[in-house]
Write a protein that binds this ligand. Structure first.
Ligand SMILES: Cc1cc2nc3c(=O)[nH]c(=O)nc-3n(C[C@H](O)[C@H](O)[C@H](O)COP(=O)(O)OP(=O)(O)OC[C@H]3O[C@@H](n4cnc5c(N)ncnc54)[C@H](O)[C@@H]3O)c2cc1C
Length: 512
């Protein structure tokens, strides 16, 4: 396809083609919109990798109020209750929308929707497709709808800079090494998560936080950055990224054991179905003590494994593990970022013309710890909300082109970020390690390569983690165990705040 940016000038631009970006594009239809994505459609989007499904209170006996209560309990005091109520309240309509798009949710023999029980949910509430191929099936239906919508122009290109004065004026993108700009007054960032910045991760390789970096460079605040959810049960078979042994496996009764077969979570409230941060710390403690950890579904699931969890069965078999008869080796891995670009109920970022939705945004739904399967839900509800608001704002277009060369690639810089975050900003943190991370990330931010954007977000995460002198949700400080004495509050941070903290740490002569 030949790109003629001038032909697309003035159209709203969505950066990212995961669930949030594509649902937003469909919501905007029939208004013309450009979806720019750095990978071919359907690849490199975590949405297609989701296994468990979508949380929604639609089964008899369940109610949005119960879903909200579970979300708030998992969020460890930092959820915004109004946001929670609004998003989980919109879940039944989000499921209806997916059904309308043809998503074939699993049903029982009488045609009723089936739901799994996942950690920290009070009842089975996670709707799934094909057992554990939920994301793939959802994205298949959504992509088909996008491809059948002529008002949506798909552009395979990577956004590397936003052009803005007092408001958004364009996006600089790179494709096949050539940089060009799309002049537009309306941009939605839907770039997904940033788990790819850790060595052990379940995220696609492109999940490196470019959306938050684009926004932060314009001064937009990021919030809840210190809260990275480490999934307790990534398959420990040496693959990068690591395949996931989904939570629904524990929901079906699989247990966590050490190499001697000891069930080390037996005495913890809710045992293997405790919130993810609790399970991740317990698994981490076992690994730190030099023991290997396994997910054992042989008794509870046994011969049902291949039908119930076909995707996990396939990756296990490829690694020489038969989950019907053998425990599966696991370890925690960076999985979901609760933090991101601070947004309001309409997905607005505070900068005129810039919206954010999906994992790159932070609405206040998840607090300090996401409740399992609330993220696909949020991607749908907030993708729709942002698109409706953009449609209302369509009059305000200010568009400008600019000649902004793409930064040089920097695989070494990215490798160093992964090393620093894995060593110092992992399941357990302390002030000394966080200071080392900040000091090490500073030069990568400053060298103006392609690694500078993810390094900026990584630096801001380390600063936020240093500033939160307590242990809450997924953020555990070994030097500050327990909750802090002050009120629970979210900590918005700008790039300028982070630069000041770096400068002051350098003045104090922190050792790298
Ligand atoms: C293995 C796994 C299993 C999961 N299981 C579940 C589950 O069962 N239920 C649940 O609710 N959640 C689950 N999650 C989380 C959930 O999948 C994500 O939070 C959600 O899909 C995020 O959607 P998104 O649209 O924000 O981002 P994504 O789906 O990740 O899409 C991001 C898009 O942005 C593009 N992009 C990024 N940067 C740029 C750039 N600079 N320029 C252009 N394009 C860019 C990417 O190529 C991609 O197209 C899981 C995550 C993983 C990794």
């Amino acid at each position: 396809m030949t790109i003629h940016p001038q032909e697309l000038a003035g159209r709203p631009v969505i950066v990212g083609a995961g669930l949030a970006g594509l649902i937003a594009a469909l919501t905007l239809a029939p208004r013309p919109v450009v979806v720019a994505t750095k990978a071919p459609l359907g690849l490199d989007a975590a949405s297609g990798w989701a296994l468990g499904g979508v949380a929604a209170a639609v089964l008899p006996g369940d109610a949005p109020a119960l879903h909200a209560a579970d979300t708030i309990a998992a969020g460890a005091g930092l959820c915004d209750p109004a946001v929670v109520e609004r998003i989980v309240g919109a879940a039944p309509a989000a499921i209806d929308e997916l059904l309308r798009l043809g998503v074939p949710f699993d049903r029982d023999a009488r045609g009723r929707l089936l739901a799994s029980l996942e950690a920290a949910h009070g009842r089975p509430r996670v709707l799934h497709i094909g057992g554990d191929t939920s994301g793939r099936e959802i994205m298949k239906a959504v992509i088909a709808a996008v491809q059948a919508t002529p008002s949506i122009t798909l552009l395979q290109a990577e956004a590397h800079r936003l052009i803005a004065g007092s408001r958004i004026e364009g996006v600089a993108l790179v494709r096949d090494g050539a940089s060009f700009t799309l002049p537009t007054g309306l941009v939605l960032l839907a770039t997904g998560g940033l788990g790819g910045l850790w060595r052990h991760t379940t995220n696609p390789p492109g999940a490196i936080g470019q959306g938050p970096a684009l926004a932060a460079r314009l001064g937009a605040p990021l919030v809840d950055l210190e809260f990275m959810q480490f999934h307790p049960t990534a398959l420990d078979t040496g693959a990068d990224p690591m395949p996931l042994a989904s939570e629904a496996i524990r929901g079906d009764g699989a247990i966590l054991v050490d190499e001697a077969g000891r069930r080390f979570m037996a005495d913890v409230p809710r045992a293997e179905l405790a919130p993810r941060d609790v399970v991740a710390r317990a698994v981490w403690a076992e690994l730190q003590a030099g023991r290997r950890v396994f997910l054992d579904g042989t008794r509870a699931i046994g011969a049902r494994f291949p039908n119930r969890f076909p995707a996990v069965t396939a990756v296990c078999l490829a690694a020489g593990i038969d989950p019907v008869t053998m425990p599966i080796p696991i370890r925690p891995a960076a999985h979901y970022h609760m933090g991101g670009i601070q947004t309001d109920a309409r997905g607005r970022t505070g900068l005129d013309g810039l919206w954010a939705a999906g994992e790159c945004a932070s609405t206040g739904l998840h607090g300090a710890n996401r409740l399992a399967s609330n993220s696909l839900l949020e991607a749908i509800v907030m993708g729709q909300a942002a698109a409706r608001d953009m449609a209302d704002a369509e009059g305000m277009t200010a568009a400008r082109t600019a000649d902004i060369p793409a930064p040089p690639t920097d695989a070494e810089g990215l490798g160093e970020i992964r090393r620093l975050l894995s060593a110092h900003v992992g399941v357990l943190r302390d002030a000394d390690g966080l200071g080392r991370a900040i000091r090490g990330l500073g030069p990568i931010v400053e060298r103006q390569s392609a690694a500078s954007a993810p390094a900026l977000v990584a630096l801001m995460m380390a600063v936020a983690a240093l500033d939160r002198t307590e242990s809450r949700g997924s953020h555990t400080r070994t030097d500050h165990p327990g909750l802090g004495a002050g009120p629970a509050r979210r900590l918005p941070l700008t790039a300028a705040d982070a630069a000041r903290r770096l400068a002051s740490l350098r003045e104090q002569g922190f050792a790298a």
